[in-house]
Write a protein that binds this ligand. Structure first.
Ligand code: SF4
Length: 470
């Protein structure tokens, strides 16, 4: 039986959910990063960087900085991190990051104002006060960061509350950060122990309260369901605590158990994981609870309070999706710095090497550390528009796409429209001459629905490397 939790969101019966709960990408880009090719190298990326400075009408710029260090390993996340207790390693890393920033800035030849600055990890708060100052200072010498430093742009940081006491929050605020995302995953002690992520509620509360007192505009909390030792009962207790913290946004991810691919997950016994039915129950309970307490389902694992700018942007049809997830900012060029960072300039994506040693080697030789990338063709651009509309607004206007890309929508997507029949029959999608819309019952499956427009998946069913959509 379906459960309507709001007039725009209905939980489909579990058997229907199971039918469409396939493996799929998170689509922070299209094409997804696993489709990037090595033929797109640092020379090509350098040429595209040069095109930014040469453009008369410059697009707004977003700067993404990857800071990979963490002091302990969480078994539950497949993140690109470097586990170390050796604080001396950060100095060498920041030296390399500085060389990369220099090489990029030299090619840009004068960039437009940085409207967004994002520090992601790893744990950016592994850096101490001096290192954080050094990082912002060296970026500000090479990119126009005035707005970001005055708190006028969107300046965000991923925070590990275990390494970010209120005193460090003060430093972040002084440096211009005005948004933070706090990793929690779960507050239940047994679940934390099984995931090797011990994090006191009081420390998390102190960090978040300090951020509010310092004027942070938006605070996100990351949660994970399906962790070892979790049940509907334990996760209800975690949600009690999360609601006390009252974050503006909540990301509720599922735990994908793939120990063959992510070695740390071998420390988690499959027998300790909740059963599939319990896992769906945890997620259903969470969706019902969050939507009943003022959070709006934005899509793809994300919830936001009704007055948060993400929810407002969605209501106004101005939501976007990029490497940082959902965003209120229109499409802009993105410069990614650090290993694994992805950049986006006009119609190209470029990704740095993921390997720290190779990253250092390339920069020692004063070469951009690009490992792969892609130049989008016309079909990629059309499909990206369709998928982003579905993921941000749960509907796509055929006329808007036809006008923007000079296509006849129903002809161009004839195969895809025929392929949506099972979703239409299940009441998850509606199609009429003007629109393709995801129904209230289909919204939790938005990723599985957007996948139907992914040309690369149609051509090559390489699904093994993705997580399940729920
Ligand atoms: S703190 Fe974050 S980045 Fe570091 S290991 Fe844990 S989940 Fe991964």
């Amino acid at each position: 039986m379906s459960i309507t939790v709001r007039n725009d969101l209905t939980l489909p019966p579990p058997e229907l959910l199971a039918r469409f709960d396939v493996m799929g990408p998170r689509y922070t880009s299209y094409p997804t990063a696993d489709r990037f090719v090595e033929a797109f190298d640092s020379t090509l990326y350098g040429t595209w960087l040069g095109s930014v400075g040469a453009t008369v009408a410059r697009r707004p710029l977003s700067l993404y900085v990857h800071l990979p260090f963490c002091s302990t390993i969480c078994y539950c996340r497949a993140c690109n991190k470097v586990i170390t207790q050796d604080r001396a390693r950060t100095g060498g890393y920041l030296d390399a990051l500085q060389v990369e920033a220099e090489l990029v800035a030299a090619r840009l030849g004068g960039a437009s104002e940085v409207g967004q600055l994002h520090f992601r990890g790893g744990s950016p708060t592994f850096l101490d006060e001096e290192e954080l100052h050094r990082t912002i200072g060296m970026l500000a010498e090479r990119f126009p960061l005035e707005a970001a430093r005055k708190g006028q742009g969107e300046t965000s940081i991923e925070v590990d509350a275990r390494t970010c006491p209120p005193e460090k929050v003060r430093v972040l605020a002084e440096l211009g950060f005005n948004r933070m995302s706090v990793g929690v995953q779960d507050f239940e002690p047994a679940v934390q122990e099984a995931s090797n992520r011990l994090q006191e509620f009081d420390a998390t509360q102190a960090t978040i309260e300090a951020a509010r007192a310092r004027g942070f505009k938006s605070i996100n909390i990351d949660l994970i369901y399906g962790l070892p030792g979790q049940s509907r009962e334990t996760f209800a207790r975690t949600l009690d605590k999360v609601l006390v913290l009252s974050p503006d946004r909540i990301a509720l991810y599922h735990y994908p158990h793939v120990p063959d691919r992510f070695k740390p997950q071998r420390r988690i016994a499959a027998a300790d994981l909740p059963s599939p039915a319990e896992r769906v129950g945890i997620m259903y309970d969470a969706v019902v609870r969050l939507t009943a307490t003022g959070y709006r389902y934005i899509g793809m694992d994300h919830f936001a309070k009704g007055n948060d700018e993400l929810a407002r942007a969605q209501a106004l049809g101005r939501l976007h999706r990029n490497f940082q997830g959902y965003s209120t900012r229109p499409d802009c060029d993105v410069i990614g710095l650090g290993p694994s960072a992805v950049s986006k300039i006009g119609p190209i994506y470029a990704q740095n090497t993921r390997e720290l040693d190779e990253y250092y080697d390339r920069l020692r030789n004063r070469m951009l550390p690009t490992a792969r990338g892609v130049l989008l063709d016309r079909d990629d651009l059309v499909r990206r528009s369709v998928m982003m509309a579905l993921m941000c607004h749960f509907e796509v206007s055929k006329e808007a796409i036809a006008t923007a890309h000079l296509i006849v929508f129903d002809e161009y997507f004839r195969l895809e429209i025929e392929g949506l029949k099972d979703l239409v029959d299940a009441g998850l999608v509606e199609i009429n001459p003007e629109w393709i819309s995801i129904t209230a019952k289909g919204r939790l499956l938005v990723r599985a629905i957007a996948m139907r427009f992914d040309h690369y998946l149609r051509r090559d069913q390489r699904l093994r490397n993705y997580s399940r959509v729920l």
